[in-house]
Design a protein around this ligand. Structure first.
Ligand SMILES: C[S@@+](CC[C@H](N)C(=O)[O-])C[C@H]1O[C@@H](n2cnc3c(N)ncnc32)[C@H](O)[C@@H]1O
Length: 258
């Protein structure tokens, strides 16, 4: 046997039943990485949904950029077009993203997407926006964006699914990093209280159906992952992944224009 491998065999004998780092299928699994074993939902979503798709020749489209937190991750693209109901000035978009050639900000007044060129985009992304739009509204977007996308365009939409959301809220002990990793809070009572405060008191606040007729500021509309996927199929798209899973609380649908 090779000497190096023999040394390893001796070392790994210490792990009876085989070395086990942790369960990759469990999003909050313990590992030897300890406190460095976790990653933000935003960063994981960037790695899964943006980074592999943005190239120097990509023409990207984003719905609801706000100040441009996600847009800034796409700046390697050839062009980025963003649609937002608020003005760029209000969102302080250019202050954050910077003024760059190839970045086009469109302030929308409806779901028609009429300012966008036909068969132009090969990538679309939306996070934290469609959850504030009624199902009729997102259906309009899906329909009107279809001919703006090139065949093969990859799309990622975060939408609201109150069932997924409520499941997490009802089982926050299972999903909360604070609850999961402070198994004996009495030993660290003050730290535990501080952590809970820092991450928000985990009182389960469930979302109830909203008919969209009396929206309050920041209202969420239940779209539902199955219903949205069905609507996207009806509009002509193919579903690649009903939920990429980088956000435990809200689904992100990956779909493409065939
Ligand atoms: C909660 S913010 C999210 C901003 C950004 N995506 C983020 O995650 O940081 C929602 C954004 O969607 C925009 N918005 C609301 N309705 C919209 C619509 N019908 N079309 C496009 N943008 C819309 C809002 O103006 C706001 O900038």
């Amino acid at each position: 046997m090779d000497k190096e491998i023999q040394t390893n065999v001796e070392i790994f004998k210490a792990w009876q039943n085989g070395y086990f780092e942790g369960d990759p299928l469990k999003p909050l699994s313990h590992s030897t990485y300890g406190q460095f074993g976790f990653m933000s939902v935003l960063h994981a979503t960037y790695l899964r949904c943006i980074k592999p798709y943005i190239r120097s020749n990509t023409i990207a489209l984003e719905i609801g950029p706000g100040r441009g937190g996600w847009t800034k991750c796409m700046l390697d693209a050839q062009e980025i077009w963003v649609l937002d109901a608020m003005s760029a000035e209000f969102n302080k978009f250019y202050e954050y993203v910077g003024r760059r050639e190839g970045v086009h900000y469109i302030e929308v007044e409806d779901f028609s997407c009429k300012g966008l060129p036909i068969e132009h985009f090969d990538y679309m992304f939306s996070f934290g926006c469609l959850c504030h739009i009624s199902f009729d509204g997102i259906s309009e977007y899906a329909k009107n964006l279809y001919d703006k996308l090139k065949p093969g365009a990859q799309c990622f939409w975060m939408i609201a699914d109150f069932d997924k959301y409520n499941e997490v809220m009802k089982n926050y002990m299972r999903y909360s990093i604070v609850e999961r990793h402070m198994p004996n809070p009495t030993n660290h009572a003050q730290l535990y209280r501080d952590l809970r405060k820092f991450y928000g008191e985990n009182k389960p606040k469930l979302r109830a159906p909203n008919d969209g007729h009396s929206p309050a500021p920041g209202t969420w509309y239940h779209a539902g992952v199955s219903r949205t996927c069905e609507m996207l199929r009806q509009a002509g798209y193919e579903i690649v992944d009903e939920d990429v899973g980088t956000c435990l609380r809200d689904p992100i649908i990956c779909f493409e224009k065939p």
